[in-house]
Structures are given as structure tokens and as C-alpha cells.
Design a protein around this ligand. Structure first.
Ligand SMILES: Cc1ncc(COP(=O)(O)O)c(C=O)c1O
Length: 413
């Protein structure tokens, strides 16, 4: 065993630390940026729809959400506002709804339910990916087929091979920009190839969860995602695409707004179904967001720069420690994202579970190894997701140092 790493590890053990770099949660300082939302409405006279004069305290106004809120978030998904649905408190809630309706009722008025008796419903899952996407499908009994995320964002040839042959494959997850956990953005060619897929299932749908659409870390060095909707529309495949987003990492996590965009056919189908579940969304929360961003000089874009200023140094601290501790070794590789909420860290095969275990014993909570794969099975036992946004910078440095030390101990065992 490499004695210096083991000695260092013993020292960490004795410190009784309690650090947590598991979930991609914003830091309190980021929430503070949005506290204007709390008192942007002070009087019931404000709670009116500016175009129709409707009293927003009442039912009415439809299921798609406030016009101003649809206009505010349409540029995030790069669609026209009429394709937007703003509703729920988070994107996951909308994704879950769309998924369940697809399984039960199908994705258009002409199509049948995805779930037909005991026949399997299959979904493509880019890996490593977002654990909650996988948990949703596992709970619903949808069979998950992993496809690798590569430097271009996705092994799209593998996707094509699968979906063009198997009509049981009804859909696919995608985090197109600054993906969770790799931070990789789809190359233009990948978006184009996806738009030109010819799935065996005519009711195949891509669930593009654009959670980090506006979450750049560097103003002068940001990733650009080819307009997904426009590319699919140009290929005549706009019905194949759902786009999702939320304000969870813009204003308050889970206490803001979810939104989505879909083709006119998909939108109308969903609005009809959603309309059986709710008379309408929380329009007052939507208005608060609209008024809050109207009041910010530079709007949403200026607001996101303030987020970046808070979290950029944390990403840089992780990368600095990883380079210092593991640079030049063959123990691990890691991504260097220009945005999003995560760094993806790959140990040498077979070491992730033990590394997470050792780091945990030394007081650093990491997302369980395997969590970034369907059924929590990382075939290489290599991937660990680092979420640097919530802890303060010194905690991040210590936690990353312990992660590196744990890996060195795991490798030497
Ligand atoms: C890719 C992705 N989608 C969705 C979410 C959750 O977003 P929401 O709060 O809007 O459900 C996260 C949070 O980590 C995420 O990483």
C-alpha cells in the first residue's frame, strides 16, 4: 500500500469531517440572488393578467400558463412562446406527467398507449446520466438501455442502430447542454442526426431535459447548443421532441416554475390531458417570476451571470485539486465543464465503489457509485459525480482532496 496516501487518509479519518458533495443544489448565496421574488407582489391590485385583465387569484387563463411567463422562458428553450407550457414547480414534475400520459394514453390523439399489456416498453438512457431520470423509469417498469455519452455528447450511431430496429423503444432521455453529470453539450452534428432518426416506433419521443440551458460558467467561453426545436422542425420531426426546463437553478430549487415546449400537435394533446388534472397552474407564482425578472437590469441573462460568479470558483477549486492530486497519474480522468452543475469523475475501472466508501468513512458524502447508470449498475464501476455548487469553497477543496486520497488508497489496496 502506498504509505503516504494511507497516512494522509488516517489523518482525515481522525478529523470527523461532515462534507457533502452529493446533490447538485444551489448554495444559499445563490438563493439570495432571487429574494426579490418574495416581495415583488405586495398588493392584490398587481395580481391581474395584463392583457386580459383576468384576476389571477381565480381559476381561468388556461393550462398553458401565463402568456408573459411563456414569453419569458421561451428563449431558454429556443422556441416560440406559443409552443410553451409553463406549469408545476419543477421540470421533473412535468417530465413525470408527460411520461405517465404516454404510457397510459399515448403521445397523440392517433397513437395508442405506449404500455400495451405486458409488452416491454424500452427507453434509451445516455450514460452516465441523471439518476432521477432512471429512477422514474425503473419505478414505472420501463426497460432502460444505456448508450454512452461521448465527447460529442452521445454515441448517436448506437442510438440509431437501436431505435431504427426495435419498435418497443418508445423514447430516450437527453440532457442536451452541460449534461448531468458530464457537463458535455451535444455537438451540432448529433442534434442533426437525432432530428433525422427514423425510429421503428412511429410514436418515439425524445425527452430533452435542458436543465442547464442558460447555466454558463464563462461568459467568453460558453457552449452553444444548436436550436433543437428548429433543427427537428427543419427535418419534419418536431413531433419527436419534448423540451423541458425549470427555474430550479435560476431562482429557487423546486420552489419556482417548471416549463416545457412541444410541437403544436404534441402541445395540444398534452394540454387536453393536463387539463383533466388541473384547471390551471399557479399563475401568481408565474407572475412573481415575470415581475422579478422585469425588474432586473439585463433580465435573466444578467441574473445567470451572478450565479456563475458564485459557482465558477468552486468548479475551478475542484479542478485545481484534481490536477494537483491526480494529474499525470493513471488513476482517474475527469471532465472540465464550461457550465452546468457537475464534474464527472472516472476512476480506473473497479475503483469507484471502494473510493466512495473510503471517502464516506472520512466524512465526505458522495453520490453512490453507480447512481449515474440505470439500475445503479456502472459496468466499469468507475463513474463518480462531483457536485461542487452547494458547499463553500474551502469545504470543496477538502472534500476533493479526500476524494483523491480515497482513490489512491483504493487503488493501492
Ligand atoms: C438534468 C436535470 N434535470 C432535472 C433536474 C431537476 O430539476 P427540477 O427541479 O426542475 O425538477 C436536475 C437536478 O439536478 C437535473 O440535473
Amino acid at each position: 500500500m502506498e504509505t503516504s496516501a494511507y497516512k494522509e487518509y488516517q489523518e482525515f479519518l481522525s478529523k470527523n469531517l461532515a462534507l457533502d458533495i452529493t446533490r447538485g443544489q444551489p448554495a444559499a448565496a445563490q438563493f439570495d440572488l432571487s429574494d426579490g421574488i418574495l416581495d415583488v407582489i405586495t398588493d392584490s391590485s398587481q395580481v391581474k393578467d395584463s392583457t386580459t385583465g383576468t384576476d389571477l387569484r381565480n381559476y381561468g387563463g388556461g393550462v398553458a400558463g401565463l402568456k408573459e411567463a411563456r414569453e419569458l422562458f421561451a428563449p431558454v428553450l429556443d422556441v416560440s412562446p406559443d409552443l410553451m407550457i409553463v406549469g408545476e414547480n419543477s421540470s421533473l414534475a412535468l417530465m413525470g406527467r408527460v411520461m405517465m400520459w404516454a404510457l397510459l394514453k399515448g403521445v397523440s390523439s392517433e397513437s395508442v398507449a405506449w404500455q400495451q399489456g405486458d409488452s416491454p416498453v424500452k427507453f434509451i438512457c445516455p450514460v452516465p446520466g441523471y439518476d432521477r431520470h432512471f429512477t422514474m423509469l425503473e419505478t414505472l417498469g420501463v426497460e432502460m438501455i444505456p448508450v454512452d455519452v461521448n465527447e460529442a455528447g452521445l454515441d448517436v450511431a448506437a442510438v440509431r442502430e437501436l431505435v431504427e430496429k426495435d419498435s418497443a423503444i418508445k423514447g430516450m432521455w437527453l440532457v442536451p447542454k452541460y449534461s448531468n453529470p458530464t457537463g458535455i453539450t451535444l455537438a451540432d452534428s448529433v442534434v442533426q442526426e437525432l432530428a433525422n432518426l427514423k425510429p421503428a416506433a412511429s410514436d418515439f419521443r425524445i425527452f430533452a431535459d435542458n436543465a442547464y440551458a442558460i447555466h454558463d460558467l464563462y461568459e467568453s467561453d460558453k457552449d452553444t447548443l444548436l436550436s433543437m426545436y428548429k433543427t427537428f422542425e427543419a427535418a419534419g420531426a418536431e413531433d419527436m421532441l419534448y423540451l423541458f426546463g425549470s427555474t430550479s437553478k435560476v431562482t429557487y430549487a423546486g420552489s419556482g416554475l417548471g416549463f416545457m415546449a412541444a410541437s403544436p400537435q404534441n402541445r395540444d394533446h398534452l394540454l387536453k390531458l393536463f387539463g383533466t388534472q388541473t384547471i390551471g397552474p399557479n399563475k401568481i407564482e408565474q407572475l412573481r417570476h415575470v415581475l422579478f425578472f422585469e425588474g432586473i437590469d439585463g433580465g435573466l441573462e444578467a441574473h445567470m451571470k451572478k450565479h456563475a460568479d458564485i459557482i465558477r470558483p468552486k468548479f475551478e477549486a475542484v479542478l485545481e485539486v484534481l490536477e494537483k492530486e491526480l494529474g499525470g497519474t493513471d488513476l482517474a480522468t475527469w471532465t472540465k465543464p464550461r457550465g452546468g452543475y457537475f464534474i464527472s469523475f472516472d476512476t480506473k475501472p473497479g475503483l469507484a465503489t471502494r473510493t466512495v466508501e473510503l471517502a464516506g468513512a472520512a466524512g465526505v458524502k458522495l453520490t453512490p457509485a453507480g447512481a449515474t447508470y440505470p439500475y445503479r449498475k456502472d459496468p466499469k464501476d468507475a463513474n463518480i459525480r462531483i457536485a461542487p455548487t452547494k458547499p463553500d469553497i474551502e469545504e470543496i477543496r477538502v472534500a476533493t482532496t479526500i476524494l483523491c486520497c480515497a482513490l489512491k488508497v483504493a487503488a493501492s489496496e
